[in-house]
Write a protein that binds this ligand. Structure first.
Ligand SMILES: NC(=O)C1=CN([C@@H]2O[C@H](COP(=O)(O)OP(=O)(O)OC[C@H]3O[C@@H](n4cnc5c(N)ncnc54)[C@H](OP(=O)(O)O)[C@@H]3O)[C@@H](O)[C@H]2O)C=CC1
Ligand SMILES: O=C(CO)COP(=O)(O)O
Length: 355
């Protein structure tokens, strides 16, 4: 059972922040949510509903909301930061005067900062220098969490106190929290899968079938593993909830914003139109650009990321890109079993046509 005296602060009034706040309150914690919109804060306090981001779900009435950082952070043992990556550092800086080294700081955000290719927990580390830092990631569509659909997530941190605190604060009969000590791998998985969710949405809009989606997800996993290895992460982490788990849900559901952006693109909308029609942040749009650039820099073979970049930013039609990808290099299925270079060599030895 949870510690009834625990205080939890959630920074961000969006869908996931709100869903997590409600879980912690269901678990008996005193939860205060920080958001910048006073009207939305008043609605959460009076109606126990977030009309902008989760209009159809009741929030536990024990969650209070405020626009005052000091009020929200006072006495908080656990601080969950649920702010899109582009504003993440700015909000952590706003919070910094009221943070202390005893607190557990956890990012829920699946994105990358352009400058320095930083993940969000690295920003928490840089801005605070504190030791209790972690990341939550997994197949966690916010509206399903708010609906109390049975869900699992991962708390990743090399600090055992952080892992235990989050399991205690959030683990309950509808939300199961698994532990990992691979913070980098878990966080990278959450950011990378957004790319492929865009591609899956696009494929669905183009009428492509289940075989196609399965191929896309599996090759996405191969590509994610390649990128992870090149950056020193453990690819085994991608076999867990924050890798394959999140990839499955985000590539399969129009509850995912990244999938919906892809779907809109597949229907023929421009990127600007697709993003505008969403009205919320789809982290994957920016991540495509950053990952493609990093892959080129590091010489990592990422044909899906490259293809997606060409469709999103260079106007290549999605169907044409799919055709080019199908005609790409004949390669290995599982590279950890049969290395890609071996397949290339076999083909050269056999005099097979160049790909
Ligand atoms: N939604 C989901 O299903 C899941 C999301 N995540 C991750 O969680 C992250 C954030 O959570 P989510 O709740 O989804 O995000 P939303 O997009 O639903 O909401 C974003 C929140 O951040 C606030 N915000 C944005 N910019 C600023 C700023 N400059 N200063 C202060 N507040 C700001 C918004 O405020 P305002 O309304 O005033 O603009 C809003 O409260 C996402 O980036 C995503 O990667 C993870 C798992 C599931
Ligand atoms: O990460 C998510 C589910 O795990 C939510 O994905 P979106 O950001 O695409 O909505």
């Amino acid at each position: 059972m949870s510690d009834v005296t625990m205080r939890v602060a959630v920074l961000g009034g969006g869908s996931f922040g709100t869903a997590l706040a409600s879980i912690a309150a269901d678990n008996g914690a005193r939860v205060c949510q920080w958001l910048r919109d006073p009207e939305l804060a008043a609605q959460i306090n009076c109606e126990h509903r977030n009309g902008r981001y989760l209009p159809d779900y009741a929030i536990n009435p024990a969650v209070t909301a405020s626009t005052e950082m000091a009020e929200v952070l006072e006495g908080a043992k656990l601080v969950l930061v649920a702010i899109p990556s582009q504003a993440f550092r700015e909000v952590v800086r706003q919070a910094r005067p009221w943070l202390n080294a005893e607190q557990i700081l956890v990012s829920t955000t699946k994105g990358i900062q352009e400058e320095g290719f930083k993940l969000m927990s690295q920003i928490l580390e840089e801005e605070t220098g504190f030791a209790h830092i972690g990341v939550i990631s997994g197949p966690n569509l916010a509206s399903e969490v708010a609906q109390k659909q049975l869900t699992a997530t991962v708390i990743a941190s090399d600090d055992p106190e952080t892992r235990t605190c989050v399991q205690t604060a959030l683990g309950c009969d509808y939300f199961r929290v698994y532990a990992s000590n691979d913070r980098f791998g878990v966080e990278l998985g959450g950011a990378l899968k957004n790319l492929y969710a865009i591609a899956a949405g696009m494929a669905a809009a183009l009428g492509m079938g289940e075989n196609t989606r399965s191929m896309l997800m599996t090759r996405a996993l191969a590509e994610m593993g390649r990128f992870a290895v090149a950056r020193g992460a453990n690819p085994m982490t991608f076999l867990g909830l924050a890798g394959v788990g999140d990839l499955i849900v985000t590539c399969s559901s129009n509850l995912s914003r990244n999938y919906r952006v892809g779907y809109a693109l597949g229907e023929g909308k421009t990127l600007d139109e697709a993003v505008a029609s969403l009205g919320q942040v789809a982290e994957g749009v920016n991540t495509v650009r950053l990952v493609r650039e990093k892959a080129l820099e590091d010489g990592v073979y990422m044909p899906l990321a490259e293809g997606l970049y060409q469709v999103l930013f260079n106007g290549v039609p999605a169907r044409e890109m799919a055709r080019l990808l199908m005609r790409g290099e004949q390669s290995s299925d599982v590279e950890f079993v049969l290395p890609r270079e071996d397949v290339k060599q076999d083909r050269r030895d056999a005099g097979a046509p160049n790909d």
